[in-house]
Design a protein around this ligand. Structure first.
Ligand SMILES: *Cc1c(COP(=O)(O)O)cnc(C)c1O
Length: 397
């Protein structure tokens, strides 16, 4: 017992193993792209890398337009502000999602109306959204879960049936295909992030994809102070939410490497899949690999027959520098919020928020590391009696 880091032993890993992707593209590629803007002395405002990145991302997602932003946050907030129905106040969105999503709604002047998710897919469904539609619905904000996708086509059909605008947060589904097409082309628009821990690392940044030219032109002006032409400024207000050239250079270098990264992610995922299948009580959320997918995140369910609580399991792992984290817990409707929201009872989201963990993945986690992580889980499972007793003793100290 004393060898476990939680009880004072040395950590299994010296360097922390994180659940973030932390992808580092080839530095030479980054420098080559950087030289382009450096030589042209154009560091921001639609420089060569921003233009190239927008074109390549539009091709990547098979859509007409892509706009890059300073963050995924601002891509979402500006798209929400633009798309929401005039005079209405509510945005329908899942509660089991990204922890800052309600802040984004507040910036867009909308009140969250939280919908339930499906027990098996962890995704919102057309039915759960339909249950939340009221005379005040201004927008549907569809967020994909972090393993596999929501049924984007069913959500799109619903939005057309009710004449409601539909915006996707597809940050976790950059690489995915659905039977009806590539992620990026559903709804009025889809938003993505270029944060350093996402599949495409631009140090930070975000982007939006759409087939709607008016939406594209309006948001292009808004992200640049509302400027619509030489010395003309639009009336609908503006922000400074541009992406600079250095970030675009990094994102281009990451995009060059993305297929290779996904191949490496898949190898890690297969390793977890193989080894976890021998451990009872922990179930890997499997990717639907009948479609193209990015294999980016590793999420596992702590089942009822796992002999430790989820929080004790995470404590033990974290002490070993295995930075496992809870999956979207607390759900947003349970979080303290200072801005308006509509109270909801969401028993499925609440139950699911207690059951899942994100496990280490991405470029900085090797197959050997994964082997050690799983050996550790096996050790914990086999020695659960002593470990639980020691944990209780520690609690009573
Ligand atoms: C990271 C993330 C965002 C925000 O993106 P930033 O670029 O960090 O602002 C939005 N939604 C989801 C689901 C995310 O994971």
């Amino acid at each position: 017992m004393s060898e476990l880091a939680y009880f004072g032993g040395p950590s299994l890993f010296e360097v922390p193993k994180s659940t973030s992707n932390l992808l580092t593209p080839d530095v030479e590629k980054f420098l080559t792209y950087s030289k382009a803007f450096y030589h042209e002395h154009q560091y921001t405002n639609n420089g060569p890398n921003v233009k190239a990145l927008e074109q390549r991302l539009a091709e990547f997602h098979q859509v007409k337009h892509c706009l890059v932003f300073s963050s995924g946050f601002w891509a979402l907030a500006l798209a929400m502000k633009y798309l929401k129905l005039e005079g209405k106040t509510e945005v329908i969105m899942p509660s089991l999602t990204y922890r800052r999503m309600t802040d984004i709604c507040a910036w867009a002047g909308l009140t969250p109306k939280f919908c339930e998710v499906d027990e098996d897919t962890l995704a919102m469904t057309a039915q759960s959204v339909e249950d939340c539609i009221t005379s005040q619905t201004a927008l549907i904000l569809a967020a994909h879960p972090i393993v596999n996708c929501a049924d984007a086509q069913a959500l799109e059909d619903l939005s057309l049936r009710y004449n409601l605008p539909l915006l996707f947060d597809s940050v976790e589904s950059v690489y995915e295909d659905l039977p009806q097409g590539r992620v990026g082309g559903f709804g009025a628009a889809e938003c993505f992030s270029l944060h350093a821990c996402k599949l495409i690392n631009g140090f930070g940044g975000g982007y939006l994809t759409t087939n709607d030219s008016t939406l594209m032109e309006t948001l292009a002006a808004q992200r640049t102070f509302g400027i619509t032409g030489l010395d003309t400024i639009g009336v609908c207000g503006g922000f400074n939410a541009k992406l600079n050239e250095m970030h675009a250079a990094m994102a281009l270098a990451s995009l060059d490497d993305v297929d290779e990264q996904v191949r490496l992610n898949e190898a890690r995922y297969r390793c977890y899949q193989e080894r976890l299948s021998y451990i009872s009580g922990i179930r890997l959320l499997e990717f639907d690999d009948a479609q193209r997918c990015g294999f980016k995140n590793i999420v596992a369910e702590i089942e009822d027959d796992w002999p430790l609580s989820r929080s004790d399991t995470i404590k033990l792992l974290n002490a070993e520098n295995i930075l496992a984290r809870v999956y979207y817990d607390p759900p947003l409707h349970k979080k303290r919020m200072l801005f308006p929201h509509i109270p909801a009872a969401l028993p499925i989201s609440e139950r699911l928020s207690q059951r899942f963990v994100n496990l280490p993945c991405g470029q900085q986690v090797s197959l050997e590391d994964i082997g050690q992580i799983i050996d550790f889980l096996e050790f914990v499972s086999e020695n659960h009696r002593e470990i639980n007793a020691a944990l209780r003793e520690r609690c009573n100290e």
